[in-house]
Each structure stands twice: as C-alpha cells, then as structure tokens.
Write a protein of this length. Structure first.
Length: 143
C-alpha cells in the first residue's frame, strides 16, 4: 500500500508541475488565454489557437504524463502485481486532487479560466494515464 501511495503522490506532483509549466508557456505572450477569447469574443478558432498555442502545450503535457505513467505502470504496478483497484486509484485520485488544487489557485482572479484549466488537467491526466496503462498491460501480457 505504501508503494501505491508513493506512486500516486509522484504522479500528482509530476503532473501538476508539468501542467503549470505548460500552462505558463502557453500564456507567455498573452494577457489572457485563448480560452477567454473563445468564451468572450466571436473569432476564428484556428487563429486563436495559432496565436496562443494552448493546444500544442496541452499535447506536450499529455505526452509527458503518458511517458511517466507508462514508467509507473511498468515498474510499480506490473512489478508488484497490482490489480484494477490500484490502477483506478492511480488514475482518478491524482486527477481529482490536481483539479481541486487548480481550482483553489487564483479562483477569484480568473474563475472561468481556472475552471476550464482544471477540466483540461483532469481530462488530460485521466486520458494519458489510462492509455499508458492499457499499452503497458497489453505489451506485458497482463490483460
């Protein structure tokens, strides 16, 4: 159980650090993000994504979390013979806690942006870790 808790903590902190780095990189040349311009103005979506590049940095985030989750799946879950309950705990607990942390940071400053960011964090984390576990378990024959 201690190994699983360490893996959950590592996944949470790693994904939060990568997410905040990618979020700040996508907003470095903008007063606000492309999410706000999509919500408040009527503009061309491709032009907005080209200007702020949030989608590109979200793909970097998903790729980084996928690689980390694949390593955790291979070296922790498969090696210790963890079952579905432990896999689901690793997928959902960091996603929920990380989304809550993002919502609590700067909630009064940009509530709509932080709400969207928390959904992007949770969705990206769950998708990339679930896919990483599926790939690792299929490659190791544990399915």
């Amino acid at each position: 159980m201690g190994t699983l808790m360490l893996a959950i903590g590592a996944g949470l902190f790693y994904s939060l650090i990568i997410f905040f780095i990618c979020e700040e990189k996508s907003l470095k040349d903008a007063k606000m993000s492309d999410m706000k311009c999509l919500v408040t103005e009527e503009i061309d979506v491709s032009e907005c994504f080209e200007k702020y590049s949030t989608v590109r940095y979200m793909m970097y985030y998903v790729l980084a979390v996928f690689i980390f989750a694949a390593a955790i799946a291979n070296y922790v879950h498969v090696a210790n013979g963890f079952g579905l309950a432990e896999v689901l705990a690793y997928i959902f607990i960091p996603s929920l806690i990380g989304s809550l942390v993002i919502l609590l940071i700067k909630w009064k400053f940009q509530p709509m942006i932080k709400l969207i960011s928390s959904f992007m964090f949770g969705g990206g984390y769950m998708a990339s870790t679930a896919f990483a576990f599926a790939v690792v378990f299929m490659m190791t024959g544990k399915v």
